[in-house]
Structure formats: structure tokens, C-alpha cells
Design a protein around this ligand. Structure first.
Ligand code: APR
Length: 309
């Protein structure tokens, strides 16, 4: 376990993540930082009081300043405002960029060696803001999107096939938005290509539902966006890093020419270990997947253009 992990933002995603990290004892201390007075302290205390029942020894503490976060080896950034019905992730960009800028400045000051996992949306752009402001290398600034998008895709496939979610292997790449790219050519059920088990029309429907997975939840909740699956996804990434598992997971990564993309964040397969993003894997894509990835990258670039750094 690490000594200290900080979660910035004690809202739905942040607080649920803190609880999951504590239950898995991924750090001695989990610090939650939020601007709302009392909320991180109250939620942290409530979570710590669940420790004797759940049997974990991770201390969860909350604060409105960054002093308790000093020296954190890993920071999860969930600060921002969540999407409201009818709002695209891109509508959020300016407000959340200002918030993430402030957060990144604090991270740079109090924990200059931390690995940062960004969750705030629009994800790829918030990763870029964090990397620019902290000046951290790309190994230490990664984004959570693909693990969530892939989980949604796997859940829908498991339902359609009536098989265990455990036996669905898949990868969703691209930017975190309606242009994301679920790779049907790499989707298997225990090694069996999914195209042998589902017809194209059904697959297309599932791909479409995956692309709109976030909006589907927002339409139900009305006053917020998803947090159970997002917090599970970020916890899986943190666990891979903390335990140096070398897991291959889709990550939003700073690209320097991989997949023909440069100077931007986009979802690609990455290897996660104790150093953070230890490698980007370049896999062969079909012509259609390459075109879809390019389109997705263009959408990310457009959103980047709305932010002044
Ligand atoms: N520093 C710290 N916390 C902040 C700051 C800041 N500068 N600004 C806002 N926050 C906090 C809010 O006070 C709130 O508690 O961020 C928290 C966000 O929580 P929610 O509104 O519940 O949003 P949540 O569902 O957790 O989503 C957070 O993750 O998945 C993404 O799109 C989502 O960008 C959103 C983020």
C-alpha cells in the first residue's frame, strides 16, 4: 500500500472513490479535499467509521485545504461540476478547466512527485490542463475514461449474450465522448471473436449505447452524472499502479506520435505499474477504426481550442 492518496473533490465520484480505495487498503491514509466547508470532513469521518465494520485500517480524512495532502504519492482529481441533463461534456469545459487549473497548481506545490489520475470532464482536455500546469511527465498524468467506457460496453455485451461479464474482453479507445471508439475487432468472449456470436446490427446497437452511456445515466438521474461505475474504474487504475500490476488498460494518455496523434490526450491501451503509465501499446486498427479514432481526436482538439492556458 501507499502512505497517502489524495482525492480532490468529495462529491459523488470523489467520495465513492475514497471509500473504494479505503476498502481495498490501497493507502495508509486517504485524504479528501473539497472547497465546500464540512463536506469532505463529514464524509471522511463517516467512511472512517465504517472501517471497524468493513475491516480496513486506511484512515480517511477530509479537508478544505491541501496541507493534509502534502507528500501524497497519488492524486485522483474529480473536482468540477457534473453534467446536467441536455449538457454535453464539452459544455463543461470552461468552468472545469478553471477548477482543474487551481487544483493542478496545488498538486504541483504539495506533492510534486505524485502520479495524477484525472476524472473530471471533459476528460481528455482536463488531463491536458493538469499536465500543462503541473509540468509532470506523461507517465504521471493519466486520465480515466476508457476503463469506464469499456465496462459499459462489456456489461451491455454480457447482457446481450447472457454470459458472465468476466468473460468479455474488450477495449474502447478515443476521446471520452460520443466519438469514442469501441474496438469490435478486439472484442472477444473468452477468446472467441464477438462477431461470431452477435450479428452486426446488434453489435452496432451496443456500440451506440456505449457511446451514449454517460448521457443515459444523466437522463435518469437528472441532477447529476454517473459515479458507481466511474469510481470503480478509477479504483481499478489506482490498484494497478499501487500494486505494480502492469495491467493493460485503456487510459487517456499524452500522445507523442502514437496512432498518428501528437500533442494531445486520447484514449489508448496503456500499461499501468508503479511508475504510472509505463508504456503505450500501439495495436493494428481496421481502416474504419483508424478513421473513427481520427474523428474522435479531432473532437478532443476542438474542445482544447476552447481553453486558454
Ligand atoms: N477544489 C476542490 N473541489 C472542488 C473544486 C475545487 N476547486 N471545485 C468544485 N469542487 C468539488 C465540488 O464542491 C463537489 O463536491 O467537486 C465536487 C464534484 O462533485 P459532484 O458535483 O458530485 O460531481 P461528480 O459526480 O463527483 O463528478 C465530478 O467527475 O465524472 C466526472 O463529469 C464528472 O467532471 C465531473 C467530475
Amino acid at each position: 500500500m501507499l502512505q497517502k492518496i489524495t482525492v480532490v473533490g468529495a462529491g459523488n465520484v470523489g467520495a465513492t472513490t475514497a471509500q473504494r480505495l479505503a476498502e481495498k487498503e490501497l493507502a495508509r491514509t486517504v485524504v479528501m479535499v473539497d472547497v465546500i466547508e464540512g463536506v469532505p470532513q463529514g464524509k471522511g469521518l463517516d467512511q472512517w467509521e465504517s472501517a471497524p465494520i468493513e475491516g480496513f485500517d486506511t484512515r480517511v480524512v477530509g479537508a478544505n485545504d491541501y496541507a493534509p495532502a502534502a507528500g501524497s504519492e497519488l492524486v485522483v482529481v474529480t473536482a468540477g461540476i457534473a453534467r446536467k441533463p441536455g449538457m454535453s461534456r464539452d459544455d463543461l469545459v470552461r468552468t472545469n478547466a478553471d477548477i482543474v487549473k487551481q487544483v493542478a497548481q496545488q498538486i504541483k506545490q504539495v506533492c510534486p512527485n505524485a502520479i495524477v489520475v484525472v476524472v473530471s470532464n471533459p476528460l481528455d482536455v482536463m488531463c491536458w490542463v493538469t499536465k500543462q500546469v503541473t509540468g509532470f511527465p506523461r507517465e504521471r498524468v493519466i486520465g480515466m475514461a476508457g476503463v469506464l467506457d469499456t465496462a459499459r460496453y462489456r456489461a451491455f455485451l454480457a447482457e446481450a449474450l447472457d454470459v458472465s461479464v468476466q468473460d468479455i474482453q474488450a477495449m474502447v479507445l478515443g476521446g471520452h465522448g460520443d466519438t469514442m471508439v469501441p474496438l469490435t475487432s478486439y472484442t472477444t468472449v473468452s477468446g472467441i471473436p464477438v462477431t461470431q456470436l452477435l450479428d452486426q446490427a446488434t453489435l452496432d446497437k451496443i456500440v451506440d449505447r456505449t457511446r451514449n452511456g454517460g448521457a443515459e445515466i444523466v437522463a435518469f438521474l437528472k441532477t447529476g452524472s454517473a459515479y458507481y461505475a466511474p469510481s470503480a474504474a478509477v479504483t481499478a487504475m489506482v490498484e494497478a499502479i499501487v500494486k505494480d500490476k502492469k495491467r493493460v488498460l485503456p487510459c487517456a494518455a499524452w500522445l507523442e506520435g502514437e496512432y498518428g496523434l501528437k500533442g494531445m490526450y486520447c484514449g489508448v491501451p496503456g500499461k499501468l505499474g508503479r511508475k504510472g503509465l509505463e508504456r503505450i501499446l500501439e495495436v493494428q486498427l481496421t481502416a474504419a477504426e483508424t478513421a473513427a479514432l481520427k474523428q474522435s481526436a479531432d473532437a478532443v482538439k476542438e474542445t482544447m481550442a476552447a481553453v486558454k492556458l
